[in-house]
Structures are given as C-alpha cells and as structure tokens.
Design a protein around this ligand. Structure first.
Ligand code: NDP
Length: 238
C-alpha cells in the first residue's frame, strides 16, 4: 500500500535527519525542509523532495508543501523539528539571538502547522508532531529565552489539540532531554558553550536516532490514538 506524505522541518542534521531516515525506512514519501539544501540531498532518501526553506518564511513553507502534495498527495504528518538554541545570560546576550529563537522555534513551528492544517481538517485526519524539549517543562541556567520558546511549544500544542481533536487531527509534543547533535554549536558565548559541552561529555545523552524512534512510535499508533506528549531523556540524565 502506498504510504502518505510526511513533512519534516530541520531535516539537515540531528533529530530531523534521523527522523527522515526512520520514516523513509517505513516507505513514506517525504518533504524535507531546512536552509542547507546540500545536507538534505546528502541523505539520499528515495521518494523525497528537498527544499531550501527558512521556516520563518511562511509563504516558502506553504509553497513547498503545495509542491510536494502535487507529487505525493496530501500531507499525513508534519514533524515541526527545526529549532535553534542560543544559550546566554539575559543581561548580556545579543538581543538578536532572542529574536532568532522566537522566530524559528515559535513562528517557524506555527508556519509549519499553518501550511498543513487546513488540508488535515478537511480530510478529517492528520498528525502534527511538535518537537519541544525538557526545557519546555523546566528551567535551566542560561536557557531563559530557549526555555520560553519551548514552553510556548507545549502551550501552543495543547491549545491546538483542543482546536482540532474533534476534527480528527492528532497533535503530539515530543520533549527530549539532551541529545548529541549540532544544536549547541550555534551558541555564541564560548564559556557557556564549553560548560554545557563538558556537562554533555560527563553525562549520558540521547542519540538523534533515539528521538526519531520516539517520534515514529507516536505516529505509528492507530489514528484513533493520540499520543499527546512524550518526555524522553537518557536514563542517566537528572
Ligand atoms: P541541530 O542543530 O542538529 O538541527 C537543527 C535543525 O533545524 C537543522 O536541520 C537546521 O537546518 C534547522 N533549522 C534551524 N534554523 C532553521 C530555519 N530558520 N529554517 C529552517 N530550518 C532551520 O539540532 P537538533 O537536531 O538537536 O534539534 C532539533 C530540534 O530538537 C530542535 O527544535 C531542538 O530545540 C530540539 N531539541 C534538541 C535537544 C538537544 O539536546 N539536541 C534537546 C531537546 C530538544 P539548517 O541550519 O540547514 O537550516
């Protein structure tokens, strides 16, 4: 049987790339979005449309979804995974870094929802999977704005579920603990970055594949079952 189309944002590295591989193994056609097209194409996944899209550009996200649907039929799931973590102290962090996190982690996620939701509601089925974080449930030092964006992901997901549950659309929040990916590399404060890197090296962290398997588990439940939220972290993480 032909598998339906799945959209994954931020698929050029880490959790998004691992999730793309996991759904491709199941035979799904994919639309992969990120700014680095070469990294999307390097995955070399069959039946996959790769588009260089900045998720903060709502029109570009919607255009890519429309293009993929022409090729592969309606979107059955979106994994809103694109995100940035720019750790810093509020008192001396460049304020542009706040804006980048809010733009990508909040508006970018909403743009993904906006591009697929009308079609899902019309068909009476679909799955929106939003990647949050343990940092969307509790605070950590130097994470103020990042935590703010991830608490927002939880809040928006809860509200979205209320809006669309009766219309047959599932909304799932995945909240991983620390995962070994490129996420930390974009933090501009070298001291904070070094401390977090040292913490990661001294502690147990997840792999991107661990999180991808969790996302796949949530999606693979029967349509009548909505996995509302999964918090997943390395056993040794406190
Ligand atoms: P990576 O840095 O490896 O991946 C982030 C992805 O987001 C990349 O593919 C990047 O692609 C994409 N991205 C960033 N900005 C944009 C943008 N403006 N437009 C489109 N794509 C964008 O990190 P992770 O895999 O770890 O992160 C994935 C998600 O998991 C994030 O939402 C993160 O907050 C969350 N998370 C991560 C944890 C961790 O410890 N690693 C823990 C908990 C949650 P490109 O640069 O090519 O645009």
């Amino acid at each position: 049987m032909t598998k339906p189309l799945i959209v994954i944002t931020g698929a050029s590295s880490g959790i998004g790339a691992a999730t793309a591989r996991a759904f491709s193994e199941l035979g799904h056609p994919l639309l992969l979005l990120a700014r680095r097209l070469d990294r999307l194409e390097d995955l070399k996944l069959p039946n996959t449309l790769c588009r260089a899209v900045d998720v903060t550009d709502a029109q570009a996200v919607s255009d890519a979804v429309a293009e993929a649907e022409l090729q592969h039929g309606p979107v059955d799931a979106i994994v809103n995974n694109a995100g940035v973590m720019l750790l810093g102290r509020i008192g001396d962090q460049p304020t542009q870094e706040w804006r980048t996190m809010v733009d990508v982690n909040v508006h970018g996620l909403l743009n993904g929802v906006y591009a697929v939701l009308p079609g899902m509601v019309e068909r009476g089925r679909g799955t929106v999977i939003n990647v949050s974080s343990v940092a969307g449930r509790k605070g950590f030092p130097n994470h103020t704005v990042y935590c703010g964006t991830k608490f927002a992901v939880h809040a928006m997901s809860e509200n979205l579920r209320e809006e669309v549950a009766a219309k047959g659309v599932r909304v799932t929040t995945i909240a991983p603990g620390a995962v070994e990916t490129e996420l930390l590399s974009h933090t501009s404060d070298d001291g904070i970055k070094a401390d977090y890197q040292a913490w990661k090296e001294a502690n147990d962290v997840l792999t991107a594949e661990d999180v991808a398997a969790t996302i796949r588990f949530a999606y693979e439940q029967p349509q009548r079952v909505c996995v509302r939220e999964i918090v997943v972290a390395a056993t040794g993480q406190q």
